[in-house]
Design a protein around this ligand. Structure first.
Ligand SMILES: CC(C)(COP(=O)(O)OP(=O)(O)OC[C@H]1O[C@@H](n2cnc3c(N)ncnc32)[C@H](O)[C@@H]1OP(=O)(O)O)[C@@H](O)C(=O)NCCC(=O)NCCS
Length: 193
């Protein structure tokens, strides 16, 4: 499963990947914390991610059952700026085995707040938490054409370890099965040492 489909980004969103509005800055009171149930509708932004409603709810259930940790960056009163989800234990042992390796996905920052360090802060928060839990390796998948994300992960110490066909599916908010095919790189980072 790839964190965020490049194919699902609008041309406008892609064009903003490298841009930062002059004077843009993060709200002073931005806070990174665990997602709570009341945050779920905010993950849909203004409808852009409504099709992932069930995916988000499943992630929330996984977190409640100790299989995942969901981090969000919020600014009061209820502004959702970004997120990173961490799967601790999943079906694919090479990604998340519940003991040594965990899988970062759904990494996303609102376009207006990109290139301000928030994505890095979210990932570093997730990594620090994994260290405390005794995990040794963080894994993620990145679409092969997502140059901005690949550069960011490389700067943060992730290395490409394999190709991934990037095939997965989900049920959207209307119960329709949607297939995703997004060839990706699998990346890893050693967390200890
Ligand atoms: C990928 C993504 C999460 C990165 O989030 P972000 O908040 O822009 O990340 P950061 O600001 O920490 O880093 C982005 C760049 O800004 C730079 N930057 C960070 N703070 C900065 C600052 N204060 N001044 C100038 N540049 C800064 C970083 O060095 C980084 O550059 P690099 O990639 O060349 O190393 C974001 O672009 C996004 O949501 N993209 C769409 C979804 C997506 O593709 N997700 C990843 C799927 S795998």
């Amino acid at each position: 499963m790839t964190a965020r489909s490049r194919l699902e980004q609008s041309p406008h969103e892609q064009a903003q990947d490298h841009l930062r509005a002059p004077g843009a800055r993060l709200p002073a009171d931005v806070c990174i914390r665990h997602l709570i149930r009341a945050d779920l509708p905010l993950l849909e932004w203004e409808g852009e991610y409504t099709h992932f409603r069930r995916v988000f709810f499943r992630a929330y259930q996984n977190a409640r059952q100790g299989r995942a940790v969901l981090w969000v960056a919020v600014a009061p009163p209820r502004q959702m700026l970004g997120q990173v989800f961490v799967l601790l234990r999943g079906a694919r042992q090479e990604l998340a085995d519940g003991a040594t390796r965990a899988y970062l996905y759904a990494i996303r920052v609102r376009p207006a707040y990109r290139n301000l360090g928030l994505g890095s802060r979210l990932i570093e928060t997730a990594e620090q938490d994994l260290r405390k839990r005794g995990f040794r390796i963080a894994t993620l998948n990145v679409a092969r054409d997502n140059c901005a994300a690949l550069r960011l992960y490389t700067r943060l110490g992730y290395q490409i370890v394999a190709e991934d066909p990037g095939r997965w599916w989900y049920y959207d908010h209307q119960g329709r099965r949607r297939e995703v095919v997004e060839p990706a790189w699998r990346m890893e980072k050693e967390l200890l040492g």
